[in-house]
Write a new protein. Sequence first.
Length: 530
Amino acid sequence: MPLVDTAHHAFHVSIQQLGPKIWNPVDHINVWNYAAEWHDDMEQQPDDYFRKNFPYVRYIQLMTAAGGSVERDLFKDPHDRSVTDDYDFSPLIRACRNIVRQELTPHLKLGNVPLKYAANPEVSKDFGVNVCPPYDYNLWHAYIKAMMYALVGEFGRKNVQAWRFGVVTEYENKSWFSVADDPEKTRDAYFKLYDYTVDAIEQVLGKNSCVGAHSMTVSEGLWDERQLIAHCARGKNYCTGKTGTRLNFLAASYYDERPGKRVAGNVSFVETIDLLRKAAIKEGFDKLFYGVDEGRILSGMDGKPLFPRAVGQTWQAAYDARLYRILMDTDVDYFSHWAYTTHGISSGIPSVSAQTSALFYKMEGSIRLPLEHHAGKSVPGEDIGAIAAWDKQRKKLYLLFYAYSDSLHHAAIREISCTIRGIDSKSQKLVATRSLVSDDSNFFDEWLADRERMGITADDFGWSSDSFVIQPPTLKDAKHVTFFKSREPFYRSCAEIHPVAEQFNLENGMLHIRTDIPLHGVMLYEIAIN
């Protein structure tokens, strides 16, 4: 263990100064292939699988839920262009049935048009779905309307009204939706698609439906995403002929290029969301909620794409905690994840991302307390931060600390002190539980050591060797997958957080905590106030 660094961070908080309520920012998971993940695989899981393993997840986003390829198009015969209403919504219903069985809520990404509804379908090289609009928007309208009726028939109108619906993933990304890569033609075609989709939903579910749109925003698109907001506010509705279209939420993508480096253009998370929010408020949309429908980190340090857009190193814990604190600071509702275990979302070894989400989830519903932060020696690229919260009902004080660094491999210890004032307690001795996400609760450092011992190199990975999902196509050689599986019981034991009980003395309503946190670590104190 490296020596304690001289950088010291002091935090001050008063339990009497209450802020906003803390929400759960990690309640979404986005799904690329719902047939693969939410049919057979999820049907093998018990009804309480998510409640026991990922209690913080509430919404499941099914990307390209309406089609766009032979495998995804919801027809009896996707190839037969002479028949346009041979609907078969059973694959989507099956996935939604498993989502609902887990007591979760579907968030359906509609918009990519079935192949036989496009005059000359063009399949994206990046995402494998048709990017072209329908040749007849009335056919598309009837398709979405029939889909809504099928969902209502299976789950009930009141239940489906509580679901969320989006129209295309990254709508200004030409690899998702495009008319000959022409900005104006693509924009107008998307406006039309959005209007017809929303109207079809509303005709079945009514005006209480929840619909919105997901843009890239962190990167430059084919056309300005803010034009959709203006269209929804004051543009002529292509479907109804009236002014405006329903808009309940706006989502963006947010990716960093690799650990410690932003995407080209150096756009921050705050700038990404602010661009959408300012445009929405300007157009009179002051009650929208905001989220990130996909994101985190594109590539590992080896330059290969990360699966699932997050590294397995403990560094990811502090990255996530810092990101969630920013979400709280900027009033962003959620940040959707791709996966949480070595098997995605199936039973596997939990990642430090799962552990960090679980710690944040504990604070849901409590009241945030304003913090003063006084730093000692400043270290470039580091952010030592905290969130304090008070749960009056459970009589519990929460203090969450994280130690972020731009450097994936830099190891150090940071000193933290925290003074809490205004505590009204009958007891002068307070009992606390301290939970720490660190290398000691992460399997990945042991996996790295095993890889070196076995001679497994970055060349043996189809995706980045920094990925925490360990299965084909991440590992290319079946014998390496077999080796990993043989070590899973050991890795599982390495991925356990061991909470520590502590006791503090209360002096004149004041509590002093002094502790150390390893760089990249996340620490949560739960302190009972009697």
